[in-house]
Write a protein that binds this ligand. Structure first.
Ligand code: FE2
Ligand code: FE2
Length: 189
């Protein structure tokens, strides 16, 4: 558990980035050097590629919903897009859940064991996952409700609000997670 997680400087939906106090606990390999590091291909590459793909899916989901909200209800084009968005949304949600579980069950405990100084930053990421799971559940409910017969402007608008929120917190979480985790992976886990 991360003390005072709900404060604006720590909560995933409110913070502008990691605090200086947390940054002091991290290994300081600069981001520009990650890709050329000799250990980059031993896990850090995979980690970043999963993050890129989650952000790509999330971005497509938001822009698809924006497009859908501008289309007339019930025409063929909007029905096709709706169908695609249900599949894309379902995939994004499943992908994010699996990724969080792998981190929660395997990587985070391992990081804390090998690098005890990362305990607090990892606890922050752990709390982030709870926030992400709540928003993923909200988005999942929208995806279920987005059926051709019932997907009116209000429903699409509500889905767009939560998809936008998910995209925002996913970007924040993954950027901060990489700053915490990638330099540690480069040290060798
Ligand atoms: Fe994570
Ligand atoms: Fe991650």
């Amino acid at each position: 558990m991360f003390a005072n997680y709900d404060s604006p400087e720590h909560h995933l939906a409110k913070r502008p980035g990691l605090t200086g106090e947390l940054r002091k606990l991290l290994f300081d390999t600069p981001k520009e050097e990650w890709g050329s590091h000799s250990n980059y291909w031993r896990g850090a590459d995979m980690w970043q590629s999963i993050h890129r793909s989650l952000l790509h899916e999330s971005g497509l989901f938001v822009s698809g919903l924006e497009q859908l909200s501008d289309m007339p209800n019930g025409d063929m084009q909007s029905a096709l897009l709706l169908n695609n968005l249900r599949q894309l949304g379902g995939h994004l949600i499943g992908h994010a859940h699996v990724h969080h579980h792998v981190e929660d069950d395997h990587y985070f405990p391992r990081f804390k064991e090998v690098f005890p100084q990362l305990g607090r930053p990892i606890d922050l990421l752990d709390c982030d996952h709870r926030v992400l799971e709540e928003t993923l559940d909200a988005v999942e409910n929208h995806v279920r409700a987005l059926q051709a017969e019932t997907a009116d402007k209000d429903r699409i608008g509500a889905a767009l609000v939560d998809a936008g929120k998910l995209d925002h917190i996913l970007n924040r979480h993954l950027a901060d997670e990489e700053d915490i985790v990638i330099p540690a992976l480069l040290k060798g886990l």
